[in-house]
Design a protein around this ligand. Structure first.
Ligand SMILES: [Zn+2]
Ligand SMILES: [Zn+2]
Length: 353
């Protein structure tokens, strides 16, 4: 099969022929019909996240946002058959630990992030193997196509879990979203669908107008504001109920916390880069005085995917709105390079392998 293989961090991926995968007894092989190209791929390509233990090594096939058809099924798999239309969650679990068995597979104790670690070659490829398929794999309902699912990618799953489950957002809340890349735009769209008033924050007017199209009630261009949290608070009538750092740099994290009103909740979705390695200083005294909560959010358990699918099927959420273009596997290096200077708006989806 054809696949895009990492040879050296920051160097172009090698689009080449590799061996087809065979299913393990509990695994299936999926023919990839669509796969999103995401900022997480960029981080992996750059060699970030070694402090998290998920830095892809040379030889890794990247790509973690696939949907497609099952082509081969291991002998111990009971819930999936050849031809099934499926989504492959990016945060694969072992299916056996306590987290997986209690419905929190997104925080599996033996996590296998697809396309980041050696046991799970990714989906910038014609075929992808899914271990523990009965636990990990999700049937796609009618009305949600493979490109739709790739548009949902990791960004909608992460944004939805953060806002619907971890915060959680209530109707009429003011929600600030700091950083309007793929996951930020998804957070804007999800928060609007959940009934919130959204303030979108970014440095780029194009991204802010996309945020408005996706439901942002107000926008702040951080390049024009001397005091970003102050500007957000003024728009939100004194402070937000929920604020999201959808980028993962120290400045957006602090701005998000400082955008909150009393008893507000900060949701950390963005993972940091090699500059911070996850260590960010925070205004803890203000957090004490205002009883501010700080919650992390990682992906979405596979058992909750249906919640999003119901909203997509009834047009409450439109993943196609964040898809910038459909491209071929051969374009993957161009698209990753374009992310280096934050020059992309929305998500490219590979639909040709
Ligand atoms: Zn587990
Ligand atoms: Zn992703």
């Amino acid at each position: 099969m054809r696949a895009a293989v990492l040879r050296e961090h920051g160097e172009p991926l090698d689009v080449t022929e590799v061996d087809d995968p065979d299913p393990e007894p509990k695994g299936v092989v999926v023919e990839v019909e669509a796969c999103g190209i995401c900022r997480s791929d960029w981080h992996g390509w750059q060699g970030d996240w070694d402090w998290l233990g998920i830095q892809p090594q040379p030889g890794q096939i990247l790509g973690h946002e696939p949907a497609g058809r099952v082509t081969a099924v291991g002998e111990d798999v009971t819930n999936f058959a050849e031809g099934d239309h499926v989504a492959v969650p990016f945060n694969l679990g072992d299916g056996t630990c306590m987290q997986c068995r209690t419905g929190h597979g997104n925080t599996c104790e033996n996590p296998m992030p697809l396309g980041f670690v050696e046991p799970v070659p990714g989906a910038f490829a014609e075929l992808v193997h899914v271990p523990a398929a009965d636990h990990n794999l999700v049937h796609l309902p009618d009305g949600v196509g493979s490109v739709d699912m790739a548009g949902l990618g990791c960004r909608f799953m992460t944004a939805f879990h953060g806002l619907a489950h971890r915060a959680p957002v209530e109707a009429g809340d003011w929600v600030a979203v700091h950083g309007c890349g793929g996951v930020g735009l998804s957070a804007v769209h999800v928060a609007d669908a959940l009934g919130a008033n959204v303030v979108a924050v970014d440095l780029d007017d194009d991204k802010l107008s996309t945020a408005e199209e996706l439901g942002a009630a107000e926008t702040v261009n951080a390049a024009d504001a001397d005091d970003v949290p102050g500007a957000v608070q003024a728009l939100a009538g004194g402070g937000c109920h929920v604020s999201v750092d959808a980028l993962g740099i120290a400045e957006t994290c602090r701005n998000s916390v400082l955008s909150l009103g009393t008893r507000g909740t900060h949701v950390q979705i963005g993972l940091t880069t090699s500059e911070d390695e996850g260590m960010v200083s925070l205004p803890t005294d203000a957090m004490v005085m205002k009883e501010i909560e700080f919650v992390g959010s990682l992906g979405l358990p596979p058992t909750s995917y249906d919640e999003i699918f119901r909203m997509v099927a009834r047009d409450k959420l439109d993943p196609s709105a964040v898809i910038s273009e459909t491209v071929s596997l051969d374009d993957v290096n161009d698209k990753l390079s374009a992310m280096t200077d934050f020059g992309t708006v929305g998500i490219p989806v590979i639909d040709e392998f």
